[in-house]
Design a protein around this ligand. Structure first.
Ligand SMILES: [Zn+2]
Ligand SMILES: [Zn+2]
Length: 327
């Protein structure tokens, strides 16, 4: 097998030939068909997340076909297409797992961060954390659903039922969430980097009612806002944009420091919450709904050995939607 390996935090990924791996008990081996590139991969490479496994193969939006099945795996077939998300293992025994909050597990593993991921021709996954994807839809188009879609979905659910929804940072996750929110009958207000007219146009094409810079106030008060951008300065701006009782959801795994802000921005029962990881139930719910909604992902394709270019382009905001690596 070949993989793009991060051997040192902050270094470029290296194209590496590795011995083929065998799935252990409860595991499956996939031939990778496509793997999306997520902002979290940048956080891993940049050393912004604690205790990564290094060397590591990043990538946690994996679409592939099972080519080997370990002992004890039930309900999956050779040749079946599955998706492997960020959450790749939970302990099943900690208070969070027992309370149905496995996204907060005390002893988790995460694909492409503490367990090897999908920037590779082949990968091993815990079978219990892989989602059957069926045959509808293209591998590349499906890949961004595995994290941008899933985390976006969880964030949207946590944002509540409000009709007027703000999305700060209109990248891979927001471009999916905008379509879901519109399908649910909500109005989407898209906030981009100030002056990023191209992304504002892209948001309107996807049905946003309004699109503008993150330094602007929306034309009306919002019921909720989700912050996908990694910029802490957006928190007080989003609180300012939501109505009394409104909710601001921070969806990223990492954010720059939040500046201090006057209490009156939080006053009147505004809520500020974060979303961490996903549960398998989130995946089941979202992937069941996605074909009904008819989500169209905008993707930019890179070959696997161009992973560093894809990461650079993501960092610089050089494409709309999501980058996907294809072996
Ligand atoms: Zn646990
Ligand atoms: Zn991700």
């Amino acid at each position: 097998m070949h993989a793009m390996v991060l051997n040192k935090i902050g270094a470029a990924l290296e194209w590496t030939e590795l011995a083929d791996r065998q799935p252990g008990e409860g595991e499956i081996r996939l031939k990778v068909a496509a793997c999306g590139v997520c902002r979290t991969d940048l956080h891993v490479v940049d050393g912004e997340l604690p205790n990564p496994k290094v060397p590591i193969i990043p990538g946690h939006e994996i679409v592939g076909r099972i080519d080997m099945i370990g002992a004890g795996v039930k309900g999956l077939q050779l040749g079946e297409r599955v998706g492997v998300p960020w959450l790749s293992h939970t302990c099943g025994e900690c208070p969070y797992c027992k309370a149905g909050q496995e996204n907060l597990c005390d002893h988790p593993l995460f694909t492409g961060y503490t367990r090897d991921g999908g920037f590779a021709t082949s990968t091993i996954a815990d079978a219990r954390f892989a989602f059957p994807l069926g045959e509808a839809g293209d591998d590349i188009a499906l890949a961004p659903l595995l994290c941008a879609g899933l985390i976006g979905w969880r964030s949207l659910v946590i944002a509540g039922e409000g009709k007027k929804l703000g999305l700060y940072g209109f990248g891979a996750a927001a471009h999916i969430v905008a379509q879901v929110a519109k399908w649910q009958g909500r109005s989407v207000f898209a906030f981009t980097r100030p002056g990023d007219v191209a992304t504002q146009d892209f948001a309107r094409e996807l049905g946003a009612t309004w699109a503008g810079g993150s330094d602007e106030m929306p034309p009306e008060s919002l019921d909720a806002a989700i912050i996908f951008a990694t910029v802490g300065d957006l928190v007080p701006l989003a609180l300012k944009a939501v109505r009394k009782g409104g909710r601001v959801v921070c969806a990223g795994i990492h954010m720059s420091d939040i500046p201090s802000f006057p209490y009156r921005l939080l006053w009147e029962e505004r809520q500020l919450v974060s979303v961490a990881n996903l549960t398998r139930q989130d995946g089941i719910d979202f992937l069941r709904l996605a074909p009904t909604i008819g989500i169209v992902t905008k993707t930019t394709r890179y070959s696997l050995n161009q992973a560093n270019q894809a990461l650079d382009d993501l960092r610089a905001g050089r494409f709309e939607g999501a980058a996907v690596l294809v072996p």
